[in-house]
Design a protein around this ligand. Structure first.
Ligand SMILES: O=c1[nH]cnc2c1ncn2[C@H]1C[C@H](O)[C@@H](CO)O1
Ligand SMILES: [Zn+2]
Length: 362
């Protein structure tokens, strides 16, 4: 018998998450406790339920730049070894509890140096936290593997250094590199040196592109920088026209993205909050899935969107009428697009994802 497509059962499905920011996924209570521990007095409110609401509402800003301002508070409490470890441990635990079996979680080491740690120490503490979280999830009967992506901030000038850091940690849990931050005015090609270094090292990377800026950003990320995946990439719809009769015309770039199976890390709730799309009903996820782009479902920032991987899937089910086999396809799309070796991706698909969905599909 097919399981009901509700939150409870979606949480039981084995899920894969490629785009989740460590500093966008703290538990509200942890923000409050770490602020008290480290003497950070800048929080707008202090009670965890009020903090949850504050982050959600402040992020609901309609602009990526304003949305990003909310990270000042989470980054502020992630400056110590204990703070970094705790946030990473809880991230792995929370994702596992939600039924995520494989996740790539990203953060920008250069934003965590205010307590005097080196870049290498910051990464060490976060990786240690992920390992602790994986172990405690396993003890609670949940298996999860967390890979780490190191992000460079696109307005800054440390991307080459962060790319080198990612390669230095490639056998210790870091699986790739990314750039994030305000997109308009900061084209991916500004960081060409970092991407060329990654390619030269046969290492993987993704680029936030096509979120707050359109096709030129996506084109540069692919054609100049050689990105493996697109962070968001939602504005690829600027190159897709749907006529009144439903006839679809795609431009060269949209065709290229689809032909090359370039994964789109789509984040429905986040896209509405930053104004990348007007509403969930207007989100192109449905169109892109129908056109068979390699779409994946992601959270972006669970704290700012008050969401989880299961909730993002439920939102898509409710908005576009997807069924279990669609959710399985999006999950397999994500696993195929992961930055771990091919044989390990296949093992997760064959041994975990397919059997897990088979139980639910009945
Ligand atoms: O959706 C996003 N677009 C661009 N930048 C983002 C997004 N979500 C988070 N960030 C930024 C803020 C964080 O401090 C940084 C590293 O995780 O990445
Ligand atoms: Zn993001």
């Amino acid at each position: 018998m097919t399981a009901p497509l509700d939150l409870e059962y979606i949480r039981r499905a084995p899920k894969v998450l490629l785009h989740d920011h460590l500093d966008g996924g703290l538990r509200p209570a942890t923000v409050a406790e770490l602020a008290a521990e480290c003497g950070y007095t800048g929080l707008p409110v202090e009670a965890p339920d009020e903090l949850a609401q504050w982050f959600r509402e402040a992020a609901d800003s309609g602009s990526l730049e304003l949305y990003l301002e909310t990270f000042a508070h989470t980054v502020a409490v992630m400056q110590t070894p204990a703070g970094l470890r705790r946030v990473a441990r809880e991230c792995a635990e929370d994702l596992a509890h939600d039924g995520v079996v494989y996740a790539e979680v990203r953060f920008a080491p250069e934003q965590h140096l205010e307590g005097g740690l080196s870049l290498d120490e910051v990464v060490d503490h976060v990786l240690e936290g992920f390992l602790e979280g994986e172990a405690s999830a396993r003890a609670a009967g949940r298996e999860i593997r967390v890979g780490c992506l190191l992000t460079a901030m696109r307005h800054a000038a440390r991307s080459r250094e962060i790319a080198e850091l990612a390669v230095r940690f490639r056998y210790r849990g870091v699986v790739g590199f990314d750039i994030a931050g305000a997109e308009a005015g900061y084209p991916p090609s500004r960081h060409l040196d970092a991407f060329e270094y990654m390619r030269n090292c046969n290492a993987h990377f993704t680029i936030h592109a096509g979120e707050a800026f359109g096709l030129p950003s996506i084109h540069e990320a692919i054609a100049f920088c050689g990105t493996d995946r697109l962070g968001h990439g939602v504005r690829i719809t600027d190159d897709i026209a749907v006529g009144a009769d439903g006839h679809v015309t795609m431009g060269l770039l949209a065709n290229y993205v689809r032909d090359k199976r370039i994964p789109l890390e789509l984040c429905p709730s986040s896209n509405v909050q930053t104004g990348a799309v007007a509403s969930l009903d207007d989100h192109p996820f449905g169109l892109l899935a129908r056109l068979r782009f390699r779409v994946t479902v992601n959270t972006d920032n669970r704290l700012m969107s008050d969401t989880s991987m299961s909730r993002e899937m439920l939102v898509l089910v409710n908005t576009f009428g997807f069924g279990w086999s669609d959710l399985e396809r999006f999950t397999i799309n994500a696993m195929k697009s992961a930055f771990i070796p091919f044989d390990q991706r296949l093992a997760v698909i064959d041994d975990i994802i397919k059997p897990g969905f088979a139980v639910l599909i009945g």
